[in-house]
Design a protein around this ligand. Structure first.
Ligand code: EPU
Length: 432
């Protein structure tokens, strides 16, 4: 299928969107399912490229992955291979999370180098330290990471930054380790908690304590479990912004309000009005949107994956806005794509519009000043990553003439059926 969309300037986007589970939860649940010899089932799973990649990885090492509608079943075959093939190098962030489960299954593991979006150095040093603290011998080579351990042992672990992935490595490795693991500085993102709850259903002993502390008492074995994923807060936010930016109104179903608290408040400060029920959230903007100063943060702050749609929305707010990215040092790399569409954005190394962050004395370009209201132009743009890809669609929707967006697989890696969702809201787009 073609990897290009032609997007027409849009009338106000209106309608209903139902969001499924997030790519950043479903793939981790698939890895958790590796920890037992019994089948596990994940419902409300999105159809996204990352699920296909994770499925292929699991199948390559001996798991059966079944898919029926929104349901994914993972079950081990007769034997599990400890090596994830190098063919999966650089495709997503999931292989590093497989080290712990593979060590429990086979005593050894090799995973190829991880990829994901080019939004910073994205090192894996925390993951490696976690596995070493739990007693694994770990070797980082040019092709990937090898690990060995006859048995993992509980440990006290302090993360230097509340990394989502490293917290997941602790969860996925410590649940079957011998003894107690105490993790300090843990990430508390809803997707991390969702994974912990799934592991608890599988029989894990996990305590979520105050002050970013997670205590895990290892158990000898886990059983299969099933769960229904909560709706993706990144997709929910992105489609709410799609309505606002086109002066339309989108109603998003399936994402609990508590996953969007900071997002809703941020948009409300800009002048958006919300109707919120137990089932859906609707945003509209009867008057011109106001500018704002926003910094991204770990949960429950304004998440780094919300800043790309917000950046485009800022170009349509009346005045100067500021965006300060504090999670990934290189997450503004997509700005040139938006500038080519007429977005008036200037980027800075300084920490603007908020407290200094850990990138303050580095060369990281991680703040932006955005002028609105800008007239956006249709352009021929190559999408750099999944979230930036979505924001380019938003820019194209409010541009003066049609746009050609190349590299749509980036969007399809993380958003459930985006072509159908956008079409249902009234956006005119065609493939090719
Ligand atoms: N970090 C290290 N060393 C490590 C791990 C992380 O220095 O070993 C640093 C990172 O470089 C970054 C910070 O810690 O500066 C936070 O990274 P984190 O580990 O939390 O991110 P991640 O687990 O790699 C996940 C999501 C991202 C999302 C972030 C933050 C997945 C597959 N990815 O990444 O999602 O932005 O958490 O919430 O779950 C996306 O979906 O587009 C995406 C990039």
């Amino acid at each position: 299928m073609t990897d290009t969309w032609q997007v027409e300037p849009s009338e106000p986007l209106r309608g209903d969107i139902r969001v499924r589970g997030s790519k950043n939860a479903v793939t981790k649940h698939m890895v958790a399912a590796m920890l037992t010899g019994m089948p596990s089932t994940i419902r409300n799973a999105p159809e996204v490229g990352d699920v296909d990649i994770t499925t292929a990885m699991l199948e390559s090492i001996g798991y059966h992955v079944g898919r029926s509608g929104d349901e994914i079943t993972v079950e081990p075959g007769t034997s599990v291979e400890p090596r994830v093939p190098e063919a999966f190098t650089g495709l997503n962030r999931i292989p590093i999370l497989m080290l712990g489960p593979l060590l429990h299954r086979t005593g050894e593991a090799f995973v190829p180098l991880v990829g994901g979006d080019p939004i910073g150095r994205r090192p894996v040093d925390f993951h490696v330290s976690v596995l070493q603290a739990l007693g694994a011998e770990v070797e980082v080579g040019p092709a990937g990471i090898s690990a060995r351990a006859t048995r993992l042992h509980g440990a006290r672990i302090d993360l230097p930054y509340p990394s989502v992935g490293a917290t997941e490595t602790v969860l996925l490795s410590a649940v079957l380790a011998e003894g107690k693991t105490v993790l300090r500085g843990a990430a508390t993102e809803p997707e991390v908690v969702e994974l912990a709850l799934f592991l608890q259903r599988m029989g894990a002993h996990i305590e979520l304590s105050p002050d970013r502390r997670i205590v895990i008492e290892g158990v000898p074995r886990l059983r299969g479990a099933s769960t229904t994923l909560a709706g993706d807060r990144i997709e929910a936010f992105s489609y709410l912004v799609a309505g606002l930016i086109t002066a339309g109104e989108v109603r998003v179903h399936g994402c609990p309000q508590d996953r969007l608290v900071t997002a809703i408040t941020t948009l409300a400060r800009m002048g958006a009005q919300f109707d919120i029920t137990d089932d859906w959230i609707r945003a509209s903007a009867p008057d011109a949107l106001r500018p704002a100063a926003v910094h991204t943060d770990t949960h429950p702050g304004f998440m780094t994956d919300w800043q790309q749609p917000l950046m485009v929305l800022f170009t349509q707010a009346d005045g100067m806005s500021v965006l300060h990215e504090t999670v990934f040092e290189n997450r503004l790399v997509y700005v040139p794509a938006l500038q080519s569409m007429g977005c008036e954005i200037e980027v800075f190394r300084a920490c603007l519009g908020g407290p200094a962050c850990r990138f303050h004395d580095t060369n990281a370009t991680h703040s932006a000043v955005i002028r609105g209201v800008s007239k956006l132009r249709g352009a021929d743009v190559t999408l750099p990553d999944v979230r930036a890809g979505f924001s380019a669609v938003l820019a194209a929707a409010v541009a003066d003439r049609p746009s050609t967006l190349r590299g749509i697989h980036h969007i399809e890696r993380g958003y459930h059926r985006p072509f159908d969702q956008f079409t249902s809201l009234g956006l005119t787009l065609r493939r090719g």
